[in-house]
Each structure stands twice: as C-alpha cells, then as structure tokens.
Design a protein around this ligand. Sequence first.
Ligand SMILES: [Zn+2]
Ligand SMILES: [Zn+2]
Length: 379
Amino acid sequence: MVIHILTPANRAGGRRRLHSGIVHCATANREGEGGVKALVKYASGNGNVAVMEVDEPVCREDQVKVEVAFCGVCGTDLHVLHDTFRNYPPVIMGHEFAGAVVEVGSGVTGVAQGDRVTVLGASTVTCGECSYCRSGNFVFCAARRGMGHGVNGAFARYVVARKDQLFRLPEGFSLAEAALSEPFAAAVQAVAEVTKVRIGDTALISGPGPIGLLCLKLLAAEGVKTIVAGAAGDSARLEAARRIGAAATVCTSERNLLEAVREETGGAGVDVAFECAGHPDSVRGCIEALRPLGRYTQVAICGREIPFPIDGVILKQLTVAGSLCYTVRTWERVMRIFAQGKVRLDDLISAKLPLSEWEAAFGLCVEKKALKVLLYPEA
Ligand SMILES: [Zn+2]
Ligand SMILES: [Zn+2]
C-alpha cells in the first residue's frame, strides 16, 4: 500500500511517494486533488513528526468519511513521538476524536451525512477470526493495528472508518467532550467492568492524570466516595480532582497516604484501588491502602519492571487485576452513560489548539499543566 505525503519542501515540485506497511486507510492518489494538513510520524526513531500536507482519504464503499472536529492528545501520542510505542510510519497520528459524517460509502446503510459520531479507532485492523476477536476482546488480536500509530489517525481533517467503528453521539453532547470517549472508555472498563465497583464502596485513585480523573468522573457520578492521590507536581490535577468530586485528595510528598486513607475510612482501608500512575511508590501505596479482601486494578502501564509488594496480596487476600483499553461493549456502555447525562467531560478540557500548535499541546501534557488538550484541524 502507498501513502502519499506532500512535505512543505516538495509541495511545489510534486508528490513524494513513500511506501509503507500500512494495510488500511492509504490516502488518495488522484492527481490534481488538493491536500489536507495532518500531523504525521514520517519515519521511525525519536521525533520525526511534523504537520504535512497529505491527500484526502478516499471513502471506500464499506466506509464512512468523518470530518474531525477535535482530536485529543494522549500519552500514546507522546510515546509515538519518542518511538517508545510501536508505530508504522508514515502514519497520521491521533486516535481520540469526534466529528461529523461527510460522506457515506455506497454499501453502508443506517448512517447519514451530518451524523455526529465518535470512532473506535483501535479496531481498524484486526484478523476477525482469532479467539480474542471472536469474543469481543479485539485488543489482544495479534494482527491488530489501531489508528494513530498502526493506520492513519485523526490529527487531520478527515478520517475514514467502517460503520461498526462509529458511535452516534447523544443529543446535546458536544464534539469536544466526545473526543474524550476513547480514554473514558478505558476508565469505564477499569471501574465498571473489571473492578465492578459497588455502591457504598470507598475507592482510591492513585495518579491524577487524564485516565485517573476520568475514573473519578464515573465514580463521583455514581456517588462512590473516592480519594485521589498524587505526587509533587500533580497539584493542578489534584485541584481538578477536588473540583470534579473527589472526597479527599492527598499529595504524597506532603502527607502519608496510608494515614490519610485511614482517616477517610475510619481505619478500615479502601475497598478498591486504581493504580493510574505507573510508579512503584503508587503501586505500594495502593496495596497498603486496601482493606483485606479489597480489589486492586492496574490501569497505568509502568513501562519497566518495578517491585510489587506481593505479600500484601496474600496477607490481605486481595484480588489483583489489570485493565487494558476496552471492548466494543464498553463503548456501547459509554454512549449510554453519555445519554443518561450524569457525566459531563467539558471541565477536563484545558485547551483547544490548532493542529499547527501540536508541539505546544504535547508540551502542556508532558508538563502536567493540562488535563486534556484537544487539537482541531486547520484549512
Ligand atoms: Zn488514548
Ligand atoms: Zn484477531
């Protein structure tokens, strides 16, 4: 397959043809058609990311073309930038987005131009036949390639997707909020499906990054008492946690987490703990904070081997689980949660910047100055 990218340098002189292993979403190659700007990882290695002019994607008969309104910057994008997450350049980055349908393939029914949608980009390429695909756990398919690193993503004006990847947004739910559907789906799986938090539980979220705060959103909406812990440098995010419904926040560089948890739980410890920081201190803090028979869920990726206090697991007979991404059913649940109107996500959006300011947007995320930053396409 071929992707055509027009770099600023060769714009006047014609198209540079780049070959890649991309198996889907190759961009158009009709000569004479105007290009659109996109944020492209154009080669392997650290960096090698730029806004480039690419051909508009062609909508196949089994596809729908979506005009992107907003696409969120995610930790995965930072890893693709630094080449610490597998990627297949040249590829358009970005996978957390929402927009409006502008073209419907001739073989697609039940979707109309103007439909406001968000897209499950992670399932763009799967084998469809392995036991994981057949059981809805496509995330574990060995052939999987998701948008933004494996196939072209949404830091661009247009994206093409299959109908089964689309989720129609409820009335009144903004496209900016809906751009957070993908990370929110990860939070929903962790909280509601893997950990199965019950009304009356007390929860600990350790790590107030976007996923931690999205877990908090859901727990607070259900009335679950939630303590949020962070480290030095997380003060803005802990403040946000208080604003969006944390019963208490703990900065662990200033206060002992276990003491704070005992105070909040009458000495009992928390029923459930979500490790959302990927840091050894946070892992230990969660195990210590749990009551006997409590449930521990690993939500963050640590990216390295870290010590794990395994005796805490046996001595308190804890249940330890991991939660990675989501299933299609999780996304259906997300749309029902949105439709019920109890969860709004606007207050997690710190900034909306044009695509050309992607470096500033990525920087805000690295410096933990922002909660979520969205990019929008430019003409
Ligand atoms: Zn993401
Ligand atoms: Zn498969």
